[in-house]
Design a protein around this ligand. Structure first.
Ligand SMILES: Nc1ncnc2c1ncn2[C@@H]1O[C@H](COP(=O)(O)OP(=O)(O)OP(=O)(O)O)[C@@H](O)[C@H]1O
Ligand SMILES: [Mg+2]
Length: 247
């Protein structure tokens, strides 16, 4: 980490949280928190620790912990290791995964995934969305940086859902859908948000699916290949399905 970054980070390399988790490096920092790779000095495992400053005006980590705990045992979900808080920050410790899909996409030739990779990811992400819906919550921030591949030989073909900070309960314990609010504040990421979300309407399960659709369009580069296909078909009369045929 650079000196400048270190000054604003909540934790520094070699800091130890709760006499147990020793910071190795920072791996992410978004709108709500910072994520570090840490060594669990009890189990000697390398795990991820996400922190949220006590000064942050919107406290979302407690919601994240509640949803992560509810999802334990499901596929596509990180194993929960621990959580806590002190006067400076709230934290959650979980299984460490590999790189997120936004970073992985940028490393690909042409900046996009093939059709087969996109479809296999789409299936896994759909399963992950089904899991969170099955425990009565919407994710509300489906996007490539909120999914990561496993980092071990046994998990590297599995895609994991991250970041439940914007999750919202849509059903009560009797599986009844909560009545919608007439106006709900915008939640999520503009680029992947459904029309409903842009209109500040109460979100539902379908809005997570719209975001999945937008993210798949992006990671495969479908918009670019559609335009190219339209140009080609105007010129040659080639069939439209050729647009999906990127290798
Ligand atoms: N368990 C994990 N294992 C590996 N990397 C992780 C893990 N959790 C988070 N990350 C990394 O940290 C990044 C930020 O994490 P997360 O999305 O949970 O934080 P955030 O502050 O809520 O982000 P944002 O506001 O940008 O959505 C992720 O994109 C991912 O690269
Ligand atoms: Mg995130």
């Amino acid at each position: 980490m650079s000196g400048a970054a270190e000054n604003t980070d909540i934790l520094s390399v070699a800091d130890v949280v709760k006499d147990r988790w020793k910071v190795a490096r920072k791996i992410g920092g978004g709108g709500f928190g910072e994520v570090y790779e840490v060594l669990d000095q009890l189990s000697q495992a390398t795990v991820a620790l996400k922190v949220e400053s006590a000064q942050h005006p919107k406290q979302v980590l407690k919601m994240e912990v509640a949803v992560l705990k509810k999802l334990q045992g499901k596929d596509h979900v990180c194993r929960f290791v621990g959580c806590g808080q002190n006067e400076r920050f709230t934290y959650v410790v979980m299984e460490l995964q590999g790189r997120n899909l936004a970073d992985l996409r940028r490393t690909m030739t042409g900046g996009t995934f093939s059709v087969s990779t996109t479809l296999r990811l789409g299936k896994q992400i759909l399963e992950a969305i089904e899991s969170i819906h099955s425990v009565g919550f919407l994710h509300r921030d489906i996007k490539p940086s909120n999914f990561a591949m496993g980092r071990l030989a046994s998990t590297c073909r599995c895609c994991y859902m991250l970041d439940f900070g914007l999750a919202r309960q849509f059903a009560n314990s009797n599986q009844e859908v909560r009545p919608p609010r007439s106006v709900a504040g915008f939640r999520g990421t503009v680029r992947y948000a459904s029309i409903n979300a842009h209109k500040n309407k109460e979100m539902g399960r379908h809005d997570d699916l719209w975001s999945l659709f937008y993210m798949l369009v992006e990671v495969h580069g479908w918009s670019a290949s559609m335009e190219e296909n339209q140009r080609q078909s105007k010129k040659t009369g080639a069939p439209k399905c050729r647009a999906m045929g990127r290798q």
